[in-house]
Design a protein around this ligand. Structure first.
Ligand code: NAD
Length: 509
């Protein structure tokens, strides 16, 4: 049973004073705990204390904490190179090099020095059950996965291994919450929640680029503007570092026995091997000067034709995109509603919402050239642009006529090569699918998934909120169409997605 004191009387030990350890030390000390910060390299503890001092001073300057709070926080952190000083600690959080054997050696030492201590590893990728193997008290070993920078990022994944004590898990969850963090319960499994569910955000963008659907800047812009993501996948990979991002994907892929859902990208491997790591190396998918992106790459947008539209016909429901109807009406366009298969018709053009098929496939099935698709959007009203693709056989005027329609409601039109699921529809479907699979596998519940993605990687809304927005039937349709197009089990729907279409209810009421 856990005997962890879930108040500031508990002394927190940190092993490893690198990027993560020093940040976690700051978090615990700010919350009022006495903290012992240990590293076996002198430079590390000195450096950690200096950086923490600087960061806390900045918070005082910004008026976020008082000078007294800063002084108290600093005085609570005790740097040391003597592991024996961890003896009085109630909870030791380990943040050393990502190596199972080295971590396990430290845990055994801690058991000898600190007795009945609780040990939490900040590992990003190693199984908590495996780390606990060989300990005297494997029940007192859990995972506590912070995100970088630890003082700023809200999420903490509290991870249970097969032998972890349930009460300890709950106590650490309570403790992390008292530190101002959003804590979620996770069952130990490769990638935990965030590093697993985020994979398709990068993978689908890389695949779209590799298939020549569009360039980095256009894909990033489409994702930023249609999904309100703070950063597009390529800018984010440049920020994380192509080497780091590639190796996380590679290890996830291997951990899931080469499941095609996690297949790494040859493009990213090439960038990584070339040393084009992103922001930190000065060049990646974009070029950087003094840490800032150099120039702005051209984004592929369509110029609107001069044809002002006074009337369009909408056949059936556009699903999520029905949000466009009041915008068209407000712009003075007469909207004729009539039963049908869900598309907008004007000037001989049929414009469908992306559904995981190519526009050209729909054109072939309807024996009609002038077919186009537009992408899903988190908020059609506020989004500055809409992404489209025209069928391979479409006449030249199709794109500019669609741009004219969207310009009447104040939107730019981004254009990409015809592709199944365009950009957002396919990315969202794959994020929802991975989130669903995470829940199906009992790693966490739906709500924790959303909290994790919103607070660990700042997604504007979590995957299950997206699923409710577009509907599970839509997600399944996109996945099924992608799977049949690519003949690739990467796109196979998780049973949870299928079940939800049968139950018919939303994830959130
Ligand atoms: N950097 C991230 O973005 C991030 C995010 C979440 C989790 N993590 C995980 O956190 C852990 C630490 O990562 P980091 O980025 O802070 O690494 P880091 O290299 O910045 O720091 C590691 C520190 O551990 C010390 N160390 C190594 N072996 C030691 C030992 N045997 N005893 C005592 N100290 C030792 C090193 O001197 C170094 O100061 C890893 O498990 C990593 O996977 C990292």
């Amino acid at each position: 049973m856990s005997n962890l004191k879930i108040d500031t009387n508990s002394i927190i030990g940190i092993v490893g004073a690198g990027i993560m350890g020093r940040g976690i030390a700051q978090v615990a000390a700010k919350a009022g705990h006495q903290v012992v910060l240990y590293d076996n390299w002198n430079g590390a503890v000195d450096n950690a204390m200096k950086i923490n001092e600087k960061e806390l001073s900045r918070l005082v300057e910004k008026g976020k904490i008082t000078q007294d709070q800063k002084d108290k926080t600093t005085s609570l952190m005790k740097p040391t190179m003597d592991i024996n000083e961890l003896a009085p600690c109630d909870l030791v959080i380990e943040a050393i090099i990502e190596n199972k054997e080295i971590k396990q050696a430290i845990f055994k030492q801690l058991e000898d020095i600190c007795g009945d201590v609780c040990i939490a590893s900040n590992t990003s990728s190693i199984s908590i059950s495996a780390l606990a193997n060989g300990l005297k008290r494997p029940d007192r070993m859990i995972g506590m996965h912070f995100f970088n920078p630890a003082p700023i990022m809200k999420l903490v994944e509290v991870i249970s291994g097969l032998q972890s004590d349930q009460q300890l898990i709950e106590d650490v969850h309570t403790l992390a919450t008292s530190w101002g963090k959003k804590a979620v319960y996770v069952k130990s499994s490769p990638g935990f929640i965030v590093n697993r569910i985020a994979r398709p955000f990068y993978a689908e963008a890389l695949r779209l680029y590799e298939e020549g659907v569009s360039d980095f800047a256009t894909i990033d812009e489409a994702i930023r503007t249609s999904g309100k993501f703070r950063m597009g996948p390529f800018e984010l990979m440049d920020l994380i570092g192509n080497d780091t991002n590639y190796s996380v994907t590679q290890s996830t892929f291997d951990s899931y026995y080469q499941d095609p859902r996690f297949k790494p990208s040859l493009t990213q491997q090439e960038f990584s091997q070339a040393g084009l790591l992103g922001k930190k190396s000065g060049s990646g998918f974009y070029a950087y000067e003094e840490g800032k992106q150099k120039g702005r790459d051209q984004i592929k947008k369509v110029s609107a034709s001069n044809n002002k539209l006074s009337e369009i016909t909408i056949y059936g429901s556009l699903g999520l995109a029905d949000e466009l109807i009041p915008l068209f009406k407000k712009a003075g366009i007469n909207v004729i509603m009539t039963p049908g298969d869900g598309y907008i018709e004007f000037n001989g053009i049929k414009l469908f919402l992306a559904n995981g098929k190519m526009a050209s496939e729909i054109a072939r099935d309807l024996d009609d050239k002038n077919i186009a698709q537009f992408d899903i959007n988190i908020d059609y009203e506020v989004s500055p642009s809409i992404t489209i693709a025209t069928s391979l056989l479409a006449q030249k005027h199709v794109a500019s006529n669609i741009a004219a329609l969207f310009s009447q409601i104040g939107k730019d039109t981004i254009i990409v090569k015809d592709s199944p699921g365009l950009i957002m529809a396919r990315t969202v479907a794959m994020l929802v699918n991975e989130a669903s699979s995470t829940v199906t596998n009992g790693v966490c519940d739906e709500c924790s998934c959303d909290i994790a993605m919103e607070n660990g990687v700042n997604y504007p809304i979590g995957p299950f909120k997206w699923a409710d927005k577009v509907g599970s039937v839509y997600i399944l349709e996109v996945l099924d169409n992608l799977e049949s197009f690519y003949k690739d089990t990467r796109y196979r729907a998780d049973r949870g997605v299928i079940e939800r279409t049968i139950i018919g209810s939303n994830y959130y009421e």
